[in-house]
Design a binder for this molecule. Sequence first.
Ligand code: PMP
Length: 343
Amino acid sequence: MLPTDCRRTLGKLSALIGHTPLLELCYTHDGVPGRIFAKCEQMNLTGSIKDRMALSILDHAYREGLIQPDDTIIEVTSGNTGIAFAALGAALGHRVEIYMPDWMSRERVDIIRSYGATVVPVTREAGGFVGALRLVDELADTRSHVFLPLQFANQANVDAHRLGTGVELTQQLASEGLRPDAFVAGVGTGGTIMGVGLHLRKTHPLARVHPVEPAESPVLSTGCKVGTHRIQGISDEFIPAIVDLSLLDRPIPVSDGDSILMAQKLAASLGLAVGISSGCNFLAALAVQKELGPNSIVATVFSDDNKKYLSTGLLQSEPLRDHYLSPGVQLKSLRVIAAPRPA
Ligand code: PMP
């Protein structure tokens, strides 16, 4: 394929990425009613929010001549990014190599391989996530014809959400006569929270923008690798380069067990089979709504669906703990606010 053909293919794929519906979820917590808004990111081409980032990075790279059609795409990821690059890479004719900690779910590895990409597992002994980043860095010096998306440092990741997710969210709320009071999102690369956050800082300067982290591994609030957790896709052991905490409100901690219970409840009560980080995001939104009041407009994202977690704790019985929020949540109804038309 020529670079112009690749750009044309990306243009076609863009019809399958983004422009997601917004859900209004009515609930009670300990009897107090409220509503949370969530973008349905599980409806993207490969089933996760990371398609937005992969499309944006490849589009930017082709526009700027940073990638050639015979380059191998090499990325470090905890899963969804690998799936997104594997899919887009296949459509564009690129080879794709994914370096991934070896404790990620089996489904993620199999899905990446199903697109013809190669998965290189990295053990804890070899440094896990940080070790994988180091490995790819070294590799880039020794191999030619490679393209490194560098999602943790690439501004095109932030732009995917500043120009996409964030704009869609405010348009969808405005179509209902609403303005956001707060947006919350778990931080993996931080592309979602920084991109939507930058858009809101411009359009709704008073809106709060809270990053979310696992209570068991509070990397954002401590600044260092600490603890382990079960919310795959967020808190990858370090603060990514694209995350500027000075532009954000304080991190909201959510327990991994509570996130699992909430994701289970979204599936069992409303038929929304979402992943663990979506349960986490819902609970963070609930915590912020408790601070701002029941009439506040608090929004988040459902980053992916549950299919990649069938072999994980998501499908097992999770013990209740006293401080969890999810046991007090009753999900009452959902309403869909249609996606805005692509420009
Ligand atoms: N949830 C899941 C399931 C993810 O895969 C990711 C991306 N790693 C995130 C949340 C966080 O998104 P971001 O990288 O934009 O911070």
